[in-house]
Design a binder for this molecule. Sequence first.
Ligand code: IPM
Ligand code: MN
Length: 367
Amino acid sequence: MKSYDIAVIPGDGTGPEVTREALKVADAAGRKFGFKLNWHSYDFGGDRYLKTGEVLPDSAIGEFRKFKAMYLGAVGHPQVKPGILEKGILLRLRFELEQYINLRPVRLYRTQDCPIKDKGPEHVDFLVVRENNEGLYAGAGGNLFKGTPHEVAIQESINTRRGVDRCLKYAFEAAEKRRAGKAWKGLKAEDTAAGKTAQLTLCGKTNVLTYAFDLWWRGFQDMAPSYKSVKTDYAHVDAICMWFVKNPEWFDVIVTDNMFGDIITDLAAMIQGGLGVAAGGNINPEGTSMFEPMGGSAPKYTGQNVINPIAAINAAGMMLDFLGETKAGEAIESCVVRIINEKVQSLAAGKMGMGTTQLGDLIASQL
Ligand code: IPM
Ligand code: MN
C-alpha cells in the first residue's frame, strides 16, 4: 500500500483540536482510497516556548526537509508577545523551506454563509495564488534614531525577477488546469468576465508602486503568450477589494504579491463563509509543502469543543490532493459540501449545532 510520511505541528490554542479532526478525516480517506498516512508530531508552539525558550531549532528545519508535506494547526499564544511564534515558526518555515506559493482556494458552499446579498456558490469560486517568500515579508528594512522624535522606520518590499516569475508560472499553470474541461460555474458566459475560458488576474498597484509592480506587470506580459488558453486581466488591489464584494463571479485565478495576498485572502475568506472553512497551502513544488487552516489559534475557544474543524479538514484535503491523492481530496471536499448543506447550522464557532469532534466524526464516517 502507498504510504506518506507527514510532519504535524498541531500548535497552540484550538490548533490541536482542529488538527485532530483533520487527521481523522485524512485517515478515513486513506482507508477508502487505499493509502496510509504516517503522522510525525512536533510540539512546537507557545507552550513549548514558554517552558523551554525554544521556538524552532535549526535541527527541526533539517528534519522537515525530509518530508514532502507538513500539516500545521495554528500558532499564536496569549502569553507570548505577538510576532515571536508567527515569525519564528510560520514565516520561518515558509522562507527556509522555500514555500514560495501560498495557495488559497475560495469557494462558497452554501448561500446562507455568504454575507453578500444575492450571491451564492455559483458566484464565489476562485483561487488566490499569493507570492509567499518576498515582498514586504522579506524583512528588509531597519530603524534609525529609534525611540526619539527623529525616528525613521523603513520596511522595504523585495521583488526579484526569479521570485516573481516562478510565482506567475505557478499561477498560469494553475489557471490552465483549473478550468480544463469544466463548465464555468453554471453561469451564462456573458455574465462573467472570463466567459468559459480560464482567466488569470494580476492584482497589484501599478499606478503607485511603480517599481515593484512594474516588474510584476512585465513578468506577466512576458509570460502570457506561453499560456494561450488563459485570458489575462489586471486589477489594482483596492479595486479588487471592491470587486470581491460586488462581483466575485468575475474571478477565476488571481496572482499577487505577499502583502496584498495576505489582505485580500482575509476578505475572500469572509465571502466564502469565514475562517471556519478557509484553508491554504504553502507550496514548494520541489521540496516540503505545508498545509494549514487560515484561521489563528482562537485561544478563547480552546478546549470547549466548539471550534469549526472544516478549514482544517479542507487543508488536509488540499494536502492529499497535492500528494497526488486527487480522488481523496475531491471526496473530502464534496463530503464537506454535503455535510454543511445537510447538517451544519452555522459555520461560526459555537453555532454549528454540534461539537468539533462530532463534525469531524460525521465527515470521516460519511466520506
Ligand atoms: C496568514 C497569516 C500570517 C501572514 C501571519 C500569522 C504571520 O495572517 O497566513 O495569512 O501574515 O501571512
Ligand atoms: Mn493573513
